[in-house]
Write a protein that binds this ligand. Structure first.
Ligand code: NAD
Ligand code: ZN
Length: 392
């Protein structure tokens, strides 16, 4: 089959590789009909998350048709059309039973892999997301092996288009969880969202769906800010305005009641921003690389929430903890417990509250994916979200 392969830092390409096979009786094989490139893939492309190996298949946002099931699979059958959450969960361990699917105990045998080196402990297994996260082959390919097939895959009606439901695999639940974690008080609270990438877009729209009185989105890319405005948010371009002053003024001096950091560890701002040389440096993020989080903490109203869907890894230096302490802030963060949100978000889509396809700017076949990784990373050509058809 054809697949998008990690070929070393900064380099991905299309290669022909063996089709996946069932390895365990609880596995299924899915023939991928649509797959997307995520901001999280950029951490792998750039080598910011370690333990990728040449030849690894990327991709964790995908859906398709079940073409094979293991002998122990009960809920899925060949021919089912499914979306597949990006995190792999066993469904029976203590964290899974408590709905903490992204902290599953049983899907990632390598979760302590980087502990000795970096103080990093990873969570559940993830598709296409390094050996620290289990080394599972990803979904930017024609076929994928899906472990724990009775737990993750979620059946979808034939009446719905791929583009309406594909983002249930990750970025819609991720934005939604970030907004839920804010504990928004209806018709009162103001929420600021740092980062107008796909995650920030869904966080902003979710905050409005959850009743925020106002949402303010901060980024520097006009096309992304425009998309946020189309969704009902106010915006700040941080290259043209002093963010902290603007947020202060737009909230009557109180500051946003909650702030969402939908940027993560590669924040653009006052720092070098470029790739760092050694793995050790890569995982030690300095003051220069946490601009968005610093703005989030400094702007947030007293007693507010700093919700962090943006990915962090390793060690982060020089956080303004004094300000956070003085204001009594609440921090919520982590990988999304995707499975939890599938029912409610599917109802929002079916009820017409939101059509997630608004975020797509580029559609292509797999062969164009390497070029589109660069386009998406460099924010060129007004690129916000790329969807790939592996059979085109
Ligand atoms: P993206 O790279 O497309 O978007 C990031 C945006 O942040 C860009 O528009 C960029 O211009 C903006 N930005 C950079 N520095 C900024 C700053 N200082 N202030 C404000 N905006 C700034 O990525 P994405 O797909 O939207 O993903 C965003 C983050 O969410 C990534 O870290 C990604 O890994 C993470 N993510 C987390 C989960 C999860 O489970 N928690 C799931 C998916 C993605
Ligand atoms: Zn993703």
């Amino acid at each position: 089959m054809k697949a998008l392969i990690w070929q070393g830092t900064g380099k991905v390409g299309i290669e022909t590789v063996p089709d996946p096979t069932l390895l365990l009786p609880t596995d299924a094989i899915v023939r991928v009909s649509s797959t997307a490139i995520c901001g999280s893939d950029l951490h792998l492309l750039d080598g910011v998350i370690p333990s990728m190996e040449k030849g690894d298949i990327l991709g964790h946002e995908f859906m398709g048709e079940v073409v094979e099931v293991g002998s122990a699979v009960r809920k899925l059958k060949v021919g089912d059309r499914v979306i597949v959450p990006f995190n792999i969960a066993c469904g029976v361990c203590d964290p899974c039973k408590r709905g903490l699917y992204s902290a599953c105990d049983n899907s990632n045998p390598n979760h302590r892999m980087a502990e000795a080196l970096y103080g990093a402990v990873s969570g559940a297994g993830l598709f296409g997301y390094s050996h620290m996260y289990g080394g599972y082959a990803g979904g930017q390919a024609q076929f994928v092996r899906v472990p724990f097939a009775d737990v993750g895959p979620y059946k979808v009606d034939s009446g719905m288009r791929d583009e309406q439901v594909l983002f249930l695999t990750d970025i819609f639940p991720t934005g939604y969880q970030a907004a839920v974690n804010c504990g928004i008080q209806r018709d009162r609270d103001v929420v600021a969202v740092f980062g107008a990438g796909p995650v920030g877009q869904f966080a902003a729209r979710s905050a409005l769906m959850l009743g925020a009185a106002k949402v303010i989105v901060v980024d520097r890319i006009p096309a992304r800010l425009k998309m946020a405005e189309d969704g009902g948010a106010e915006t700040i371009n941080y290259e043209q305005t002093d963010v902290l002053v603007a947020l202060h003024e737009m909230t009557g001096g109180r500051g946003p009641d909650h702030v969402i950091d939908a940027v993560g560890l590669e924040a653009h701002g006052h720092g070098p921003g470029a790739l760092m040389d050694t793995a050790k440096q890569r995982l030690r993020l300095t003051f220069d690389r946490i601009t968005a989080l610093r703005w989030a903490i400094m702007s947030c109203a007293k007693g507010g929430t700093v919700s962090m869907p943006g990915v962090y890894g390793g060690l982060v230096d020089k956080m303004p903890m004094g300000a956070a302490f003085a204001k009594g802030l609440i921090f919520r963060m982590g990988q999304t417990h995707t499975h939890r949100f599938l029912d409610p978000l599917m109802r929002h889509i079916q009820g017409g509250d939101i059509d997630p396809s608004f975020v797509i700017t580029h559609r292509a076949g797999l062969d164009d994916a390497p070029q589109l990784y660069q386009t998406f990373r460099d924010k060129q050509d007004h690129c916000i979200k790329v969807v790939l058809d592996p059979w085109k």
